[in-house]
Design a protein around this ligand. Structure first.
Ligand SMILES: NC(=O)c1ccc[n+]([C@@H]2O[C@H](COP(=O)([O-])OP(=O)(O)OC[C@H]3O[C@@H](n4cnc5c(N)ncnc54)[C@H](OP(=O)(O)O)[C@@H]3O)[C@@H](O)[C@H]2O)c1
Length: 321
């Protein structure tokens, strides 16, 4: 089958399309014919070779696993002997490394595709949607009526976070750049702050939950925007080549020693139940993925460059044809 692989670390030109072996059908999983995928910062880090990931087993000088891509939407080609809940022809979506390929074998991280989405729209959901859901619900402990601020609200995770926070009944403030103000409004944010014109840490407003998707302020700045018992959830931060968002996490941890507010950093984990929760939110119309642009698989390097520029609006999708 055709797949995108990277045999070296580097910028998007290291991505090559090659013929590789089609995966076997797992006895307790399914083989999916991938119709679409999407790009995430995790793939950017994998491609460029974030130092900490290399040291932690990714391969010091070149990637040990040359496959890339995680999010997928497609059609079940074959189901393993022990699988009773999927059959060939079912339309599914999920996440597993190696998704920039014609086929992917997957066990747990797969669920039925929301019926009201195209494959391209469904492929936009897995990483960004699961991250927003788990971050707000499990780490942010979001409650109806709470004031929630989403910093970096217009990219992949942020677009889902606005809608999911609204679905949980929160009063949502979205912080984004001038060009994305209208988009954030269209996603139903109650308040939108253009970070080029207003400093949300100095306008006198305080929040129960601050969901930091992409900003990089100091702890003393963030603290001004937090109520005394607020929760600060760090989803991501600046792309430093050595340890990525972990540098911001360390600064936050040190800065907030002794503070009354709680701090959470997490790595999203795929599971079928959360895909089902997302599907229900999507089918009810409360959440809708926003695809900024779709690239064919042959233009995967362009898709990655688009994401790498740091100002994606919603999700960038890759069509497998
Ligand atoms: N913890 C986890 O499990 C997990 C999972 C997935 C992603 N992440 C992290 O989440 C972050 C976002 O991922 P994503 O997929 O949403 O990325 P993305 O789609 O590339 O997000 C780009 C958005 O970030 C905003 N942005 C860039 N610089 C900003 C700044 N200085 N202040 C405020 N906003 C800024 C941009 O909005 P404007 O153009 O409006 O500035 C852009 O819309 C990344 O750091 C990623 O590593 C973490």
């Amino acid at each position: 089958m055709k797949a995108v692989i990277h045999e070296a670390y580097g910028l998007p030109d290291v991505l090559k399309i090659r013929e590789i072996e089609k995966p076997e059908v797992p006895v307790d999983g399914v083989l999916v014919r991938v119709r679409a995928s999407s790009v995430n910062i995790a793939e950017w880090y994998g491609m460029t070779g974030l130092f900490i990931a290399r040291v932690l087993g990714g391969g010091l000088f070149k990637p040990k696993d040359t496959r890339i891509g995680v999010d997928f939407a497609g059609v079940v080609e074959a189901a393993g002997k022990q699988v009773s809940d999927f059959k060939p022809g079912d339309e599914v979506y999920g996440g597993r490394n190696g998704a920039y390929a014609e086929y992917i074998a997957v066990k747990n991280a797969v669920a039925r595709k929301p019926t009201n989405l195209t494959f391209e729209e469904a492929a936009a959901v897995p990483t960004a949607g699961i991250t927003a859901l788990q971050g707000l619900r499990d780490y942010g402990k979001i409650q109806p009526g709470q004031k929630v601020l989403i910093h970096g609200a217009s990219g992949g995770v942020g677009s889902f976070a606005i809608q999911i926070a609204k679905a949980f009944g929160a009063e949502v403030t979205a912080v984004c750049s001038t060009q994305n103000v209208e988009r954030a409004r269209s996603l139903d944010a109650d308040h939108v702050i253009d970070y080029a014109k207003e400093d949300f840490t100095r306008n006198g407003q305080q929040y129960d939950l601050l969901f930091n998707v992409n900003g990089s302020r100091t702890w003393s700045a963030y603290k001004r925007a937090l109520k005394p018992n607020a929760i600060f959830v760090l989803v991501g931060g600046p792309r430093t080549p050595l340890i990525g968002p972990l540098s911001l996490m360390l600064q936050m941890r040190v800065g907030m020693l002794g503070a009354s507010q709680k701090f959470a950093f997490f790595i999203a984990k795929f599971n079928r139940e959360d895909f089902k929760t997302l599907s229900a939110l999507i089918e009810s119309g409360k959440v809708k993925p926003f695809v900024e642009k779709t690239y064919p698989m042959t233009h995967i390097a362009d898709a990655m460059r688009h994401l790498g520029a740091g100002h994606a609006r919603g999700k960038i999708v890759v069509s497998m044809g």
